[in-house]
Design a protein around this ligand. Structure first.
Ligand SMILES: *Cc1c(COP(=O)(O)O)cnc(C)c1O
Length: 350
């Protein structure tokens, strides 16, 4: 069983068939009808003016940040965010933008008082690089798939209006957030100026992300996409399965969440594994193993020998991501395998 990531999901049969029959054109000229349909449909779902199909979430975040932030400005990012940790420093390299890491609360939030501290007392003072954007991550990967509450989003939104800077949401798993909170994605998006979400994760499309925002913002994103080398030609080939993902795959995320909860409950009954199943809200399960029993490196290796792939998310936290290729039976057998791995380790350490 491979719990490495929900990015490993393969396209469905229907997605593969959609590729065969997709109407195609040159998207750099805006002439691929399938891409145009996808972008219109995505914008409508999100309740935003405009959307742009992107090759990856990383490029979607980068183009969005560069569209919002002038060179020499600061982007406020969580110190545990994907943008800060896993995106190769793109905003600094390509945009001349400074990352300001903000402490991430265990529930994935950035505290308003921590955001407040970054704003200089006198913005007219030429010594300061000025904050130009706040980035939030929803659901929050390294916090274990936590969903940002609507009340928190409203609070940050009001703060951002007061400070006159926009909010970009890294919503790689935005539909997981909406599903877990039982709300429409539009309700979440009313509190952000732009967003990116991944089609290639739990939604199971092979490739792609959507960047969305105002017409003016997306016009800039489109130019940046071309500049970054992401302008593609008959890309309806990728947009067709993405449309299937958006039309057919959002409601099934609930099953992943139920299985994640089951996995967490099972793991919590194993001695030496620390996890609170109450804290599992979506498809990501993060736990730690008592170091006196087994180091995390050894835990990963021993489980891999049994065909179980997990990953590490910093500070020895082990991550399991539930996706379409993990069944109820897989969850049960995973729990018993992990239990036997730990039991053998315990008899050896006594
Ligand atoms: C996966 C992910 C991304 C990046 O998406 P890619 O398509 O892999 O580039 C960005 N943010 C978060 C939170 C992610 O999980």
């Amino acid at each position: 069983m491979n719990y490495l990531s929900d990015t490993i999901t393969k396209p469905t049969e229907e997605m593969m068939a959609s590729i065969q029959h997709a109407a195609l054109g040159d998207d750099v000229y805006g002439e691929d009808p399938t891409v145009n349909r996808l972008e219109e449909f995505a914008a409508e779902l999100l309740g935003m003016e405009s959307a742009c199909f992107m090759p990856s979430g990383t490029m979607a975040n980068l183009a969005s940040i560069m569209a919002h932030c002038p060179r020499g400005s600061k982007v406020l990012v969580g110190d545990e965010s994907d943008i800060y940790i896993f995106e190769a420093g793109g905003a600094s390299v390509c945009g001349g933008i400074m990352y300001e890491p903000i402490p991430t609360q265990p529930n994935g939030e950035l505290a308003i008082q921590d955001l407040e501290k970054v704003f200089p007392f006198d913005p007219e003072d030429p010594q300061f690089a000025l904050p130009a954007l706040i980035c939030l991550e929803n659901t929050h990967n390294r916090c274990g798939g936590k969903v940002l509450s609507l009340s928190y989003l409203k609070e940050v939104y009001e703060f951002s209006r007061k400070r006159k800077i926009p909010i970009h949401m890294d919503g790689a798993r935005l539909f997981n957030a909406a599903c877990a909170a039982g709300v429409d994605v539009k309700e979440i998006m009313q509190y952000a100026d732009s967003v990116q979400f991944c089609l290639s994760k739990g939604l199971s499309a092979p490739i792609g992300s959507i960047a969305a925002g105002s017409k003016e913002h997306i016009k800039k994103v489109r130019t940046l996409r071309k500049m970054l080398g992401g302008g593609m030609r008959q890309v309806g080939i990728m947009a067709a399965p993405a449309l299937v993902a958006l039309e057919k795959m959002t409601s099934r995320l609930r099953d992943d969440h139920t299985r994640a909860k089951k996995l967490a409950q099972g793991l919590s009954s194993i001695p030496g594994i620390k996890i609170n199943p109450e804290e599992v809200e979506t498809n990501i399960v993060i736990f730690t193993v008592d170091e006196d029993i087994c180091t995390w490196q050894r835990f990963l290796a021993l489980n891999e020998n049994q065909g179980l792939i997990f990953s590490e998310m910093g500070y020895g936290r082990i991550r399991a991501v539930i996706h379409r290729h993990i069944s109820d039976d897989d969850i049960s057998s995973t729990i018993s395998t992990v239990r036997s791995v730990i039991e053998i380790e315990m008899t050896q350490t006594v």
